[in-house]
Design a protein around this ligand. Sequence first.
Ligand code: ATP
Ligand code: MG
Length: 268
Amino acid sequence: MSEPPAASTPAAVPAVDPAVDPTVPAIDVVGLRKSFGAEEVLAGVDLAVGAGEVVCVIGASGSGKSTLLRCVNRLEEPTAGRIVIEGVDITDPDCDVDDVRRRIGMVFQQFNLFPHLSVLRNVTIAQEKVLGRSRAEAVDVAVRTLDRVGLAEKAGDFPARLSGGQQQRVAIARALAMDPDMMLFDEATSALDPELVGEVLAVMRTLAEEGMTMMVVTHEMGFARRVADRVVFLDGGVVCEQGPPDQVLGSPEQDRTRQFLRQVLERE
Ligand SMILES: Nc1ncnc2c1ncn2[C@@H]1O[C@H](COP(=O)(O)OP(=O)(O)OP(=O)(O)O)[C@@H](O)[C@H]1O
Ligand SMILES: [Mg+2]
């Protein structure tokens, strides 16, 4: 069969992809409640993250930031409320959680790389086992993704030979290799020596600039100020205050926010 002449066959109209439909939030958290025993950690959180938006979540230790992120990809079962990912209610019992989770990349404080596998294998294994990609395709994606985080030359090394910052960048590459529509970061730099924080934040910043939808729990106020489209302050189990970084971090409206930011500044 001969090649069709250039531009003679218009591309099929794709089904509406909620990820690129700006009217559908990438993440919509509605009235989210989560209790552990008698302790209500989240007491009605409402928070929408638009496609391509970068939202930084700040708040005191124990305020429920990790619990919120973990509910968003159903690592934690909400007590009440709804979580809608790209238009799909993942709190609906009929929802295929695995399918939704595949669209969400998550990066934790602890990198959790497989110590007995090479960097390359750490980035290919889930592609093959979860997405069913061939070895060759997974390797191709891994090489490109490692290059994106500046670690192409480390592909053959084992994690123990890498610095913490490099290991965290491998963890980011591992998540990106799954082609997620959005990324959740839970204090991705908190376990790192201070001199290694910058290289990981730089990768996160590049991702943000490339348009990745990101929900970032962080204590790095400089990063929040420079990179976030919106900062959300979690307190008392609810969103206490939110807005553009300059407003929330520079001239907060709530006493609780001011108090929290004072404490953060004293620590620095
Ligand atoms: N699996 C669990 N079982 C019981 N309690 C839990 C569980 N996970 C979290 N909690 C409690 O929920 C509260 C909120 O915890 P969470 O880890 O979400 O806070 P955080 O804002 O992420 O804190 P940090 O800044 O220290 O990471 C804490 O009181 C914590 O002890
Ligand atoms: Mg936490």
